[in-house]
Design a protein around this ligand. Structure first.
Ligand code: ATP
Ligand code: ATP
Ligand code: MG
Ligand code: MG
Lengths: 153, 166, 153, 166
């Protein structure tokens, strides 16, 4: 049980760092226990964006926090693989370059697991294999399959 | 496994029966504010067993479609078809099928679950989904506005996430 | 004191409804006390987007909640006028049409009070009188005045 | 009144002294994630008297610029010039001037406020700003991610907003 926990912690930490580098184009991130000897202590997340000092999570910007959180969620699949991903406007705080990087990463993930994303962001939508449009008519929602024009890939 | 189809009738803003096919790969859902995108996600977590409080609705009645004229439908039903081509769910099924359907129907005062059309207890749906490591609160479902919530938890609550996937 | 509170409540409620209609293109909103006779009771906000049933605030969508909140903040100026407005990515959850309406409203407000908005959203930025760009060089922030090309107005 | 100029040196990500002129009307601040946009807003509420906890920093040292090599500057200073052409602040000024400047300088262990260059108590800055109904927690300042917070408060806490502006 203890070995399983430590092995998972290590694997998720390594994967967090890998996803972090993909999203930030550099820097590093890792997981550790608040009290390394005590297996029941809390989990610390440390992140250092490229070209910056390592910071408390609180000092990161809104967009940087979003990227760290997404890297962490994707890294958890090293423990138990996700059957699918359902993300509702996770990109709300992201600028264009980071949205592009996220879109690329989601395309990669989508080769292994189903990815369903709700978004208003052009950068993300144009990378999708399929797009559904939701409209409201007479107070009731309708869903249409949209044709992607000049798709990104 | 993956989600193959979601059918929504009378749930939240879906007054008209709507059936959405899903496929592996990368799907985007778009639309103006207030059109019902997050309600699609709510429909999925609803059929998996989420309580109405977690679905931005105070009471179960608030999940029943109400028209702009104020008429509320008597019942709502959501059904979810999951892929079972690799036999993930076979352990709890009478016999193998390539697809598994779970559904949930509510009225103002009742809530009924079904697997392959047969009425069953909420706990049985939970057990079936756990064979594919699916649960409504799974780390792989991120609700609107909640993306950085995982960083804002206390270190102890974050550690629980590692325990869950270990 | 009591008359002042009630008069302010009424004035803010009327202004909330006006700003709500401007942002939603219809519908209505109002403020009321939880227990109308009891001046010390809590404040209720009721909002009905156009073409829909009046809803609990919780049932509104992310974008709809953002618009109600902005309408409420702008309406508070009926009590004490704001010296300036500082908004940091208030438009994160908005789609294009709502961003346009918000930009129009901010241009109107900016005739009376100074409005400074941080945003990633083209729809908002092109309505500004002046744009500052912030960049990071060697881990230190720099600010440049940007020339707006083909400005919206 | 309105904000005429903000000068930031050594505060958060502003390692180099930066002076930004502001004008009436509609100004947009743009830039990629993590470049320092919200830190500009933090600089404004800092000089108005906000504590470091409210500025996404645990201790006051975290407000001092640290370079990528880990060198922290010994002090930081932010100054804010406000328009006084209509005499809003005259009541607490020795004589009328068209502009009023407030500033705040911190080291790891001290924090000093100045009005027109003269050292003064934090309370005096607060009193001066209140002549124009300015305070760091004002309803007209909406921090990142907080736009719907006003709706999520309890009805009693919402009512306080009406009392504040009455
Ligand atoms: N029981 C119900 N009957 C009818 N409409 C409902 C019901 N419950 C919620 N709604 C409506 O659904 C709408 C919200 O839908 P949802 O939250 O899915 O929007 P969204 O597409 O995600 O928008 P956004 O882009 O702003 O997040 C609300 O306008 C609300 O009025
Ligand atoms: N004391 C400090 N010294 C150096 N850099 C700092 C300091 N405090 C914060 N920072 C840096 O400032 C950056 C955050 O800036 P800020 O929150 O203003 O970004 P932003 O432009 O608002 O980005 P976003 O668009 O993502 O919200 C962080 O990357 C952080 O490393
Ligand atoms: Mg939504
Ligand atoms: Mg920011």
């Amino acid at each position: 049980k203890k070995e399983k926990f430590l092995a998972t912690l290590k694997a998720v930490s390594v994967e967090l760092d890998r996803r972090f580098k993909q999203l930030f184009g550099g820097g590093e991130a890792k997981l550790s226990l608040e009290a390394p000897g005590d297996l029941s202590s809390g989990l610390l997340i440390q992140a250092r964006p490229p070209g910056k000092e390592p910071k408390l999570l609180d000092a990161l910007s809104g967009g940087e926090k979003t990227l760290v959180a997404i890297a962490f969620v994707l890294a958890l699949s090293e423990g138990k693989p996700a059957p699918f991903y359902l993300f509702d406007e996770v990109d709300a705080a992201l600028d264009k370059p980071n949205s592009e990087r996220l879109a690329g990463l989601l395309r990669e993930i989508a080769r292994e697991a189903q990815v369903i994303v709700i978004s208003h962001n052009e950068e993300l939508i144009r990378h999708a294999d399929r797009v559904y449009g939701v409209t409201m008519r007479n107070g009731s929602s309708r869903v249409l399959a949209l044709e992607l024009v000049g798709n990104a890939h | 496994t993956y989600i193959k189809r979601l059918t929504i009738a009378g749930f939240k803003s879906f007054g008209k029966k709507t059936s959405i096919p899903f496929y592996p790969g990368f799907t985007a859902i778009v639309g103006e504010n207030g059109t019902g995108k997050s309600n699609i996600l709510d429909a999925i977590t609803f059929v998996m067993g989420y309580r109405s409080r977690a679905l931005r609705a105070g009471k179960i009645e608030h999940l029943l479609y109400t028209s702009p004229k104020g008429e509320t439908v008597p019942e709502a039903e959501v059904s979810l078809v999951l892929d079972n081509s690799s036999g993930t769910f076979d352990e709890l099924l009478p016999s193998h099928t390539d697809e598994v359907m779970i559904s949930r129907r509510i009225t103002a005062s009742s809530s009924t679950y079904r697997i392959m059309g047969k009425v069953t207890a909420a706990g049985d749906v939970e057990k079936l989904l756990s064979l594919a490591d699916i649960e409504p609160g799974g780390y792989y479902i991120v609700e609107q506005g909640m993306v950085t919530e995982v960083l804002e938890r206390s270190p102890r609550r974050r550690r629980e996430l590692i325990e869950e996937v270990a």
